[in-house]
Design a protein around this ligand. Sequence first.
Ligand code: DGL
Length: 270
Amino acid sequence: MAVGVFDSGLGGLTVLDAVSRKLPDVPFVYFGDNAHAPYGVRTHDDIFNLTCAATERLWDEGCDLVILACNTASAAALKRIQETWLPPNKRVLGVFVPLIEALTERQWGDNSPPREVSVKHVALFATPATVASRAFQRELAFRAIGVDVEAQPCGGVVDAIEQGDEILAEALVRSHVESLKRRMPQPQAAILGCTHYPLMQKAFQESLGADVKVFSQANLVAESLGDYLARRPEFLGSGTRSKFLTTGDPAYVSSKATQFLRRQIVFEAA
Ligand code: DGL
């Protein structure tokens, strides 16, 4: 009864931790496409093809339901996957909608017309591909009116994290926050719209200031997966064992994952 969790690299581990805490009896198979990270500078076609290949590999592990714990893949490829590629007995879910429902104070599946919400000025931090897709603004516009979103493409952060360079990642986060604040001096809320960024949450929160509410996806996705599986238990696949797969060098990826997650994680070759 396994579920697949996919990311371009290490970032999805932040989601994996939260879903495993929420659903301790479910085996999760993690797939990190570290050999091809970062996705945030790739074309949409490229992201679509890589995401489909990873998803098929997770099906082979008995995961009929795959979570794209990657905003870039969710923004650039999920709609095309669902509309043109997915067989009826499989599901692929993204990480955007739970976050936007939380920001716009909605329950799951509330499709009522857009309305005013309490947050008016929102800073969005995401990869260049996610920002360019405008997927976040689109999903938000379905649910809320009058929200001013300022988006900052955070070039270099995913790369620095994948290379284990925490000092560079932190310096880049501070400079991206400063650059956003020149355009929006007082955001009320900030969205970490890349699953790698919670690994740098402290740097984001410190640079933004304590009065800015920082939304990150891990716990929101875990809640929503719990709800989904309660409604659709047939999508718990046949896999029985949790494991970590990577297209990168398993020893290298294991050591970086262990460094960032601060617990031992052992990857095997995908
Ligand atoms: N964790 C991915 C995301 O949420 C990073 C994408 C990348 O590889 O650039 O967007």
